[in-house]
Design a protein around this ligand. Structure first.
Ligand SMILES: [Zn+2]
Ligand SMILES: [Zn+2]
Length: 187
């Protein structure tokens, strides 16, 4: 069985070197759907609480929200950083509070202070799914990710291990046999 959570991300990007309208900087609201698969946790009669999937995903992925997402070789990158620097917001602004932890993976580096994500590959819907899986695969038992942005939608399915130990009282993953939310201890 699956539990499915959806979240929205607003961002600006472009496909550098692409011959089409998308070579120009533009923005979207992207919709990300994350499907978590496991057995039913009989204590709570669900696979996993959807609000907890959303919370776990948002913690990291909020770095993509109201962000500029550019490929590492895109000349817009130094241009934008120069403007931010001149304006004094390259290293942050007091109003920039919706920040997740800075991350660096094989595919993406987040600079939360100036709401920028630098990517190795073009951020197509396919590219986004690869980045999201890499960021969340150790946190959630992900069986499928779908990402929709404008007219584009991509999805990818994954094998899951289906053996996450979950709290029978509130449904979330146990950490070393203890529920981080309610304190339940596994016998
Ligand atoms: Zn686009
Ligand atoms: Zn619990």
């Amino acid at each position: 069985m699956k539990s499915i959570a959806t979240l929205n991300l607003q961002y600006a990007h472009r496909f550098y070197g692409f011959r089409g309208e998308a070579q120009f900087l533009h923005g979207h609201t992207g919709t990300l759907t994350i499907e978590v698969e496991d057995s039913i946790n009989e204590g709570v009669n669900m696979v996993f609480p959807c609000n907890e999937i959303k919370k776990t995903a948002w913690h990291i992925l909020q770095n993509f929200d109201h962000a500029v997402v550019l490929r590492e070789d895109d000349p817009l990158l130094p241009a934008i950083l120069n403007v931010y620097e001149e304006q004094g917001i390259k290293n942050g602004a007091p109003q920039n509070t919706m920040k997740g932890p800075a991350f660096k993976t094989e595919l993406a580096t987040a600079y939360p202070e100036c709401r920028l994500v630098v990517t190795k590959e073009t951020m197509t819907t396919e590219g986004m799914i690869k980045m999201v899986y890499e960021l969340l695969k150790d946190e959630l038992n992900i069986s499928k990710i779908t990402f929709t942005s404008g007219d584009n939608t991509a999805s990818c399915e994954y094998n899951t291990n289906n053996k996450t130990d979950r709290c029978p009282l509130c449904g979330i993953s146990l950490v070393k046999g203890v529920c981080p939310k309610c304190g339940y201890k596994k016998e």
